[in-house]
Design a protein around this ligand. Structure first.
Ligand SMILES: NC(=O)c1ccc[n+]([C@@H]2O[C@H](COP(=O)([O-])OP(=O)(O)OC[C@H]3O[C@@H](n4cnc5c(N)ncnc54)[C@H](OP(=O)(O)O)[C@@H]3O)[C@@H](O)[C@H]2O)c1
Length: 291
C-alpha cells in the first residue's frame, strides 16, 4: 500500500511516519519537496506517485497569525486540500485529511456530532472549514478527521509550553473557561492507521465522510495544566485560573469544543484512549528521552 504523507515534520505527521508499518510504504514529503502554496506541484507529485492513500497532515496552524495572513492560510488550509482531493479522485486514491474543532462556534454544551451546524469564528477556522468543503466537493474517497487541542512530546504545544513556563518559578495563569479534549498526536496517528486499515478491508467505494477523532473526555486548559503538574508531583507550581477575557488573542477561541467520537467507533470500531491516559504516556515518553 503506497502512502504519500504531507506534513511529516508536524506533530501528527511525525507520529504517522513513526508508526507506519507494512503493508504501508510511506513516502514523506516536506515543504522543500512540495510547498502547499504551489497547487500544480501538489497535483504533479500525486499523479506521478499514483499512491493508494494520501495523508494530509500539513496545515497552516498559526491560529493568531492567520488573522493577518489570510491568503496564506486559505492557500494551505483550503485550496491545497481541494487540489489533493481532485488528484486523488483521478488516481482513485483515498485521501485522509485533518480538520479542527474550531469549525464550531463553541457555544454548544453537548459534544458536537459531525452534522452539527458549523460556525467558525476566525480566519484559521474559516480556512479549515473551506478545506473540508473543498474535499467534500471533489467527491472522491476521502476521510476528514476533525480533531482538537493536539499536543505531543515534541513540537510547540500547550503541554511543552506549560513545562517550559513552570521553570520560571512564577505562577502560571491558565484559561479555565475553554473546555475541550486534549489529543495526543501519537494516539491520533494510531487511530488514523487503524481507519486506513479498516477502510481498505471494507474495499467499498465511499463518498467523502467526516469523523471526529479526539482523546476521550473533556477538561479546561486550566484543568489540563493542573493535572499535568499533579502527575509530575510539582506542588511548587501554582496554576491560577483566568478567563478568556483576561487573555486576549488575535483570533477568538471556541469556549466549548468537545467532539463526539461515536461515529468513528460505530463505523470503524476505533476508540481513542482518555486524555488522562494519553497525558501520562506523553510524560513517560518525555522522561524516557531526557538527557
Ligand atoms: N495543533 C492543534 O491543536 C490542532 C487542533 C485541531 C486540528 N489540528 C489539525 O491537525 C492537523 C495536524 O496538525 P499539527 O498540530 O500536527 O500541525 P503542525 O505541528 O503545526 O505541523 C504542520 C505541518 O504542516 C506543514 N506545512 C505548513 N505549511 C506548509 C506549506 N506551505 N507547505 C508544506 N508544508 C507545510 C509544516 O511544515 P514545516 O515543518 O515546514 O513548517 C508541518 O509539517 C492539521 O490539519 C491541523 O489543522 C491541529
Amino acid at each position: 500500500m503506497k502512502v504519500l504523507l504531507f506534513g511529516h515534520t508536524g506533530q501528527v505527521g511525525s507520529a504517522l511516519a513513526e508508526q507506519a508499518v507494512a503493508p504501508a510504504v510511506v513516502q514523506s514529503l516536506n515543504r522543500a519537496d512540495v510547498d502547499l502554496a504551489d497547487s500544480s506541484a501538489i497535483d504533479r507529485v500525486i499523479c506521478q506517485a499514483q499512491p493508494d492513500v494520501v495523508i494530509n497532515a500539513a496545515a497552516y496552524t498559526a491560529v493568531d497569525r492567520a488573522e493577518s495572513e489570510p491568503d496564506e492560510a486559505y492557500q494551505v488550509n483550503a485550496k491545497a486540500p481541494g487540489v489533493m482531493a481532485q488528484a486523488c479522485l483521478e488516481c482513485q486514491a483515498l485521501l485522509v485529511h485533518y480538520s479542527t474543532d474550531y469549525v464550531f462556534d463553541g457555544r454548544g454544551r453537548q459534544p458536537y456530532v459531525e452534522d452539527s451546524p458549523t460556525g467558525p469564528t476566525g480566519v484559521y477556522a474559516r480556512s479549515k472549514l473551506a478545506g473540508e468543503l473543498a474535499v467534500m466537493a471533489a467527491g472522491g474517497q476521502a476521510i476528514i478527521l476533525r480533531t482538537g487541542w493536539v499536543y505531543s512530546h515534541d513540537g510547540r504545544n500547550f503541554l511543552n509550553t506549560m513545562l517550559r513556563l513552570a521553570e520560571s518559578g512564577e505562577p502560571l495563569s491558565v484559561v479555565v473557561d475553554q473546555v475541550g479534549s486534549p489529543t495526543y498526536a501519537p494516539d491520533l496517528a494510531t487511530a488514523t492507521w487503524e481507519i486506513i486499515d479498516r477502510f481498505q478491508a471494507l474495499s467499498s467505494a465511499c463518498k467523502p465522510r467526516i469523523f471526529h477523532a479526539t482523546n476521550h473526555g473533556k477538561v479546561s486548559w486550566h484543568g489540563f495544566a493542573s493535572a499535568l503538574f499533579e502527575r509530575l508531583g510539582r506542588d511548587d507550581v501554582v496554576v491560577e485560573a483566568i478567563t478568556t477575557a483576561m487573555y486576549p488573542t488575535a483570533a477568538p477561541r471556541p469556549a466549548y469544543s468537545v467532539l463526539s467520537n461515536e461515529r468513528l467507533d460505530r463505523e470503524f470500531g476505533v476508540r481513542l484512549p482518555s486524555w488522562e491516559d494519553a497525558m501520562v504516556r506523553c510524560l513517560d515518553r518525555l522522561r524516557a528521552t531526557e538527557p
